[in-house]
Design a binder for this molecule. Structure first.
Ligand code: F2R
Ligand code: MG
Ligand code: MG
Length: 378
């Protein structure tokens, strides 16, 4: 297919998956802490740098384990295949259950295994008394979908939704994953031009435009589960509230992101309060987008550990907010990596974080599937 896409695009593919990994690996040590002291974070990085020889890697968690399965499935099937992806999620979990999975998603893996993947959407629909999970587990693993469907937004939205529904059927869960996927796509496809900086306001407005269409549409997620339209409506009433109601939930969260960005240096406590740092998709995915946009500029709170690299700043800032640090840093890292490319991921981080080699090779395969070109960088 020629060389329409430059080496830089390939670097951005790798940057996105590796950016996600470094966020997960470095953030994992701080998960669930209400506050993260930047001195503590700085000490952690120093001890990470000092580790040499065997066993010097910082481990990844469920975020990366599931992202790897999404990428493997898309690469091996060259399309979205729900059964294949579900099987990969569950098998990966049973091989390595100690990666810090969400409390309820484990039940989905067990049901999938027992039912032998007969209906891969059934168990997730039954979670939380039929309301489905709104955890951020869909968003945390979605980056490979953005790479795979970079050039086709409709396909991207469809795959993001259908792949998330395997575990998360609550509207906030799967629409959050779609939002995160769109943010990675926008960062990836933004044309870098000398002296033209990304407009942060426009970045958010473009996402709002897309989410307005998604949240304004009658909910059709259950079609993906092969239920009839009527059944889907009944289920929606039972599980999500009135399916004809159009709530612009994420559009409103994005408005808060835009306002906070316009304020400049806002104290971290305010970000935690307004956007959240929790395990719920809606209290973490807009936060990750905010972290990426905010950290295009220096952050006063990070002055002791900021070495001027905007990608590193994004990951460290996300962790410094506390709460669901591995996941918010991973999602913010995947957006930042898609924008800045692999060259911006500090080499010590690449060297010390588990799974970077695998992510690099998956990114190259996804680049080939998306563009027809061979990735020769890195
Ligand atoms: N699980 C964790 N962290 C906990 C501590 C881990 C510790 N460090 C360790 O090593 O063990 N992190 C991982 O989970 C998050 C992703 O979770 P996911 O995949 O969305 O799972 P789940 O179980 O579906 O949802 C998570 C929790 O959200 C609440 N919740 C979701 N939907 C709900 C609903 N409809 N009603 C009420 N609550 C709902 C529940 O508390 C779920 O257990 C990432 O942070 C990942 O890193
Ligand atoms: Mg995790
Ligand atoms: Mg987490």
């Amino acid at each position: 297919m020629g060389t329409r896409h430059s080496k830089t695009m390939c670097s951005r593919f790798i940057g996105s998956l590796v950016g996600a990994i470094v966020g997960d690996c470095i953030g994992a040590d701080f998960e669930c802490r209400p506050f993260v002291d930047t001195l503590h974070l700085s000490n952690f990085l120093t001890s990470m740098a000092g580790k040499t020889g065997r066993g010097n890697k910082v481990s990844y968690t469920d975020d990366t384990a599931m992202t790897r399965s999404v990428a493997d499935s898309l690469i091996s099937k060259k399309a979205f295949n729900a059964s294949d992806m579900a099987m990969r999620f569950a098998e990966e979990y049973f091989q390595n259950p100690g990666r810090g999975y969400g409390a309820n998603v484990v039940q989905v893996f067990q049901d999938l295994h027992v039912d032998r993947y007969a209906d891969v959407y059934q168990s997730a629909r039954e979670q939380f008394g039929g309301t489905g999970s709104y955890g951020n587990g869909g968003g945390m693993r979605i980056a490979p979908v953005a790479l795979f469907a970079m050039n086709d937004t409709e396909k991207l939205i469809q795959i993001a939704r259908d792949s998330t529904l395997i575990t998360h059927t609550n509207k906030k869960g799967y629409n959050g994953a779609i939002l995160q996927c769109l943010a990675v796509q926008q960062a990836l496809t933004h044309q870098h031009a000398p002296s033209v900086r990304l407009s942060r306001e426009k970045f958010v407005e473009d996402l709002q435009e897309k989410m307005k269409k998604i949240e304004g549409k009658l909910d059709d997620a259950n079609k993906a589960t092969k239920a009839s339209e009527e059944e889907a409506k009944v289920k929606d009433v039972k599980t999500q509230g009135d399916p004809s109601s159009k709530d612009f939930f994420y559009v409103e969260y994005l408005q808060k992101v835009k306002t906070l960005i316009s304020y400049g240096d806002v104290p971290r406590i305010k970000i935690k309060h307004v956007l959240g740092v929790g395990i719920a998709a809606h209290r973490s995915i807009p936060t990750a987008i905010y972290c990426f946009l905010r950290c295009m500029e220096p952050v006063e709170d990070l002055r002791n550990i900021d070495h001027g690299n905007a990608l590193a700043r994004t990951v460290l800032y996300a962790i410094s907010l506390g709460g669901d640090t591995d996941t918010i840093a991973s999602m913010a890292g995947s957006i930042a990596g898609a924008y800045y490319g692999i060259e911006s991921v500090p080499s010590m981080w690449q060297d010390r974080c588990e799974g970077v080699e695998c992510a690099t090779s998956q990114a190259k395969e996804l680049y080939h599937l998306a563009t027809g070109d061979t990735c020769t960088c890195h």
